[in-house]
Unconditional design. Structure first.
Length: 449
């Protein structure tokens, strides 16, 4: 019998997680959320996560004031914080403990240094940047904001040359590297250097642009997605303790060379702001059955006549007489029912078709007064009608549903006042089918969060 060899080190397929099961589950959920943002793309993700984004933006605005501008000769420098940048800074600050010693890779002009001193009262700040004169800007930021500079040490330095002894000598317990890795020509090497330079008890907090975000910046050498980030962490020997999408723009990662659960993440989670959506998806959630008395033959345009009568199940039976009009006359072969609604958030349709029904298409159409605002279309194959059975579907304005393709003619379904269920027949022999419906109305007033 062969004995299995235990795998040592973080594994990308598991998200580079450590040994704590709860932390590992949260990390895997974070990767899934990042992946969802990436696959949706910037615009669709912004729409899908808008309530969460707005809640986070409002939190960042309320808790993080901009630094004062500073003067360099005759020029006045001011970093105009956007909502996205402010939230990125807010989340990095949330991961730094009060009074901690920080080693910052990529100081820039010193904006993060100023925030760390003001918001976290860090015991000491050590920073390097490849740009030689940035350390002078750091001093200007501190002076303009009346922040202490005694324990601030910023100078020129190359990430590729960073050594563990350098960081250990500072006593830093957290290394930050925000918006740097996309600017270097060998990202894998840079992350390996950072990992190797981490002291045993230190954490690495880094962020990179999310896949397909801010790619217009010419200083960026590369792009990242969640799969690549996990592989980079695995190759660097890093265990991921936390990952999240920030502002639909960046991926924020906390990692270390230790597989044990991170006390930093536990502390941050205990004090973390819990953003919640400000707007519900719907004002009402219960389906309202459509009474058979409200279902009438559809008489719009040149639809064929049919007889509608109630059934024992609460649906209606549509009886279609023999149609003597020519086969090329398309409208006369459309039959169906119409019923009133009070706006439309969701719709459920039940349609009982006979065996081998001569149906070429089924159309579910939504109208606002006389204007059609959207419709769902199904063109069934003959195999789908080989056995007479009852079909059931659920519909949401703006979305396709299995078998049906959605066509939107107006973006607002709030004004929908009537729904039509139409069946187009291939030829004119008599037939009958059953139809039932239920719907969720659109909210008539805004529901408070």
């Amino acid at each position: 019998m062969t004995q299995a060899t235990a795998t040592v080190g973080p594994r990308a397929e598991y998200g580079c997680v450590g040994t704590d099961p709860l932390e590992a589950a949260l990390v895997r959920a974070g990767w899934i959320l990042v992946d969802a943002h990436e696959r949706l793309g910037s615009r669709q993700a912004r729409q899908a996560f808008r309530p969460w984004l707005e809640a986070w933006f409002e939190h960042a605005r309320a808790t993080l004031a901009d630094l004062r501008p500073w003067r360099e000769g005759l020029a006045i420098f001011k970093i105009h914080e956007s909502d996205t940048n402010r939230l990125r800074h807010r989340r990095i600050l949330d991961l730094v403990l009060e009074g901690e010693t920080v080693f910052d890779v990529g100081t820039g002009r010193g904006y993060m240094c100023g925030l760390l001193l003001r918001e976290r009262a860090v015991a000491a700040y050590h920073g390097i940047d490849i740009v030689a004169w940035y350390h002078k800007q750091v001093a200007k930021v501190l002076e303009a904001n009346e922040l202490p500079s005694e324990n601030v040490h910023a100078g020129q330095g190359d990430l590729y040359e960073l050594q563990r002894a350098t960081i250990e000598a500072t006593g830093a317990t957290v290394v930050t590297c925000s918006e740097v890795l996309e600017h270097v020509p060998d990202t894998a090497k840079a992350l390996r250097v950072l990992a190797n330079a981490l002291p045993a008890n230190a954490d690495l907090v880094f962020s990179v642009p999310m896949y397909s975000r801010i790619e217009h910046v010419w200083g960026h050498w590369t792009t990242f997605d969640s799969t690549r980030l996990k592989l980079l962490c695995e190759e660097a020997g890093l265990y991921v303790h936390h990952v999240e999408p920030v502002a639909n723009t960046w991926t924020l990662v906390v990692a270390s060379r230790r597989p044990e659960a991170s006390a930093r993440i536990q502390h941050a989670a205990a004090a973390n702001f819990a953003a919640s959506p400000s707007v519900p998806l719907a004002g009402m959630y219960d389906f309202i059955p459509v009474n058979h008395a409200d279902m009438a033959p559809c008489q719009r345009g040149l639809t064929a006549r049919c007889k509608v009568s109630p059934t024992e199940k609460g649906d209606v039976c549509c009886e279609v007489p023999h149609n003597r009009l020519p086969a090329f006359w398309p409208f006369a072969r459309r039959v169906g029912v119409a019923f009133p609604v009070m706006g439309l958030t969701g719709l459920r349709i039940r349609l009982g078709l006979p065996d081998k029904a001569p149906v070429s298409e089924v159309v579910i159409a939504a109208y606002a007064q006389s204007r059609r605002v959207g419709q769902w279309l199904w063109r069934p194959h003959s195999s789908q009608l080989a056995e007479g059975k009852t079909h059931r579907w659920a519909f949401r304005p703006g979305e396709d549903t299995p078998s049906f393709a959605y066509q939107e003619l107006s973006p607002d379904a709030r004004d929908v006042d009537r729904v039509e269920v139409l069946v187009r027949l291939r030829y004119g022999r008599p037939m009958s089918f059953a139809a039932g419906a239920a719907y969720i109305p659109a909210p008539s007033v805004t529901v408070a969060s």
